[in-house]
Design a protein. Structure first.
Length: 147
């Protein structure tokens, strides 16, 4: 198997996090953690992922500070995986990916899950990128600049 290139010293803030979350299994594990899954067996059952691959992805997410292991909440000898503050910071990214997926990977008549505001019971509003003055921004309205 070809060894992946590390981006940990890249100048690009899009490239650097890819060492931690740059494969689809890692993002799906994080998604499941947001949905309340905590135990190895829960992740495995939900994802249908081989134990060795799941173990490697969980180790990587823990090593990057996205998940942490804690004693099982039921007092058993097991450990559980919970999102750290860094992991919880991925929520807007997952919402953006979800909304992009809804827009481009489902037909209008196809059933799919929705993200719902727990308090109001309504679908979550679309993410928007806005300038400091409130203007809606698109790709042509921004540039990348070294700080």
């Amino acid at each position: 198997m070809v060894k992946r290139t590390s981006h940990r010293k890249a100048q690009c803030p899009v490239a650097r996090p890819l060492d931690a979350i740059g494969d689809w299994w890692s993002l799906l594990i994080v998604r499941d953690a947001f949905d309340g899954l905590r135990r190895f067996g829960e992740f495995q059952k939900n994802l249908g992922l081989a134990k060795n691959i799941l173990a490697a992805r969980l180790r990587n997410l823990v090593a990057h500070g996205i998940l942490q292991t804690v004693p099982a909440s039921d007092g058993s000898a097991y450990q559980e995986y919970v999102l750290t503050e860094k992991g919880r910071g991925l929520f807007p990214l997952l919402v953006a990916l979800r909304q992009w997926g809804e827009d481009f990977f489902f037909t209008s008549d196809e059933t799919h899950v929705q993200l719902i505001d727990r308090k109001r019971g309504q679908p979550v509003r679309r993410l928007e990128l806005r300038a400091q003055d409130g203007r809606l921004l698109g790709p042509d309205d921004t540039i990348v600049k070294t700080s």
